[in-house]
Write a protein that binds this ligand. Structure first.
Ligand code: NI
Length: 254
């Protein structure tokens, strides 16, 4: 009798040891944002079957104004993942980018490396960037791109925000010249791609402004990353790093 009781206890422990972490994982994974917390203005921004999101990190800088001039000329919308410290340095440029209809996302205050930082440091850096951006534009960013794209699974789940990665790295951050960056954009252009760029060099701005008219000529729409990710009417989830969204397919993460 005694022996049987022992076995049952073990079974119960084993059951909870297996089921509890699974329940916790499901609770975290199933967190879907409330509808009213995300601007889903699909009537204004219906995206066609051939679209790309150009995204620019680490600005604003002295090169961003020339980029904005070109984007305005072609009536193209992009996304900027700004550093809070740069936003402080170039508030007029940031305000202009926002006023001209581009998405302003958060790239932390000081380009913080998540993998070497504590949760508190990450939270403070995201909050500080949000405060600065909302102080300048009046709107608090909804999207975060982690510097270097590095996050742990639990970091993604710890913050109430939408994470955006990319599907195409142009390598412009390696100091490549305009020809290389231009070729890279044109080679990798395909429906649903999120292209990583940096408005921190003249070469990037030159390459992008050369690529844009050709992409438009090829029939691509160049859209904000929030419009791309919600093009199929999907609700986005917090805590997953989105990187691509093709027409009539769900937004792809990781
Ligand atoms: Ni960066």
């Amino acid at each position: 009798m005694k022996k049987k009781k022992k076995i049952n206890k073990k079974r119960i422990y084993r059951f909870f040891a297996m089921v509890l972490p699974l329940c916790m994982l499901l609770a975290v994974l199933s967190r879907v944002i409330p509808d009213d917390s995300f601007r889903l203005d699909l009537s204004e921004s219906s995206v066609g079957e051939k679209a790309i999101a150009l995204t620019f990190d680490d600005g604003p800088t002295e090169y961003t104004a020339a980029l904005l001039d070109g984007l305005s000329e072609y009536d193209v919308k992009v996304s900027f993942f700004v550093s809070g410290s740069k936003a402080e340095a170039y508030p007029e440029t940031l305000k202009r980018a926002y006023d001209e209809g581009h998405l302003i996302g958060n790239h932390t205050y000081e380009h913080l490396n998540f993998l070497t930082s504590s949760s508190k440091e990450i939270e403070n850096s995201i909050d500080k960037c949000n405060e600065i951006v909302s102080g300048i534009t009046g709107v608090r960013p909804l999207f975060v791109r982690a510097p270097h794209g590095y996050t742990t699974f639990w970091q993604l789940k710890a913050f109430d925000t939408f994470f955006v990665k990319w599907s195409v790295d142009t390598n412009d951050w390696k100091g490549k010249d305009a020809d290389y960056i231009y070729e890279r954009i044109m080679d990798k252009a395909s429906d649903g791609e999120i292209i990583l760029l940096h408005d921190t060099s003249e070469a990037t701005v030159e390459a992008v402004l050369r690529a844009i008219p050709e992409l438009l000529e090829e029939g691509y729409e160049l859209v904000r990353v929030d419009d791309l990710l919600t093009r199929n009417g999907d609700k986005l989830k917090m805590g997953v790093p989105y990187r691509k969204c093709e027409d009539e397919k769900g937004a792809v993460a990781f």
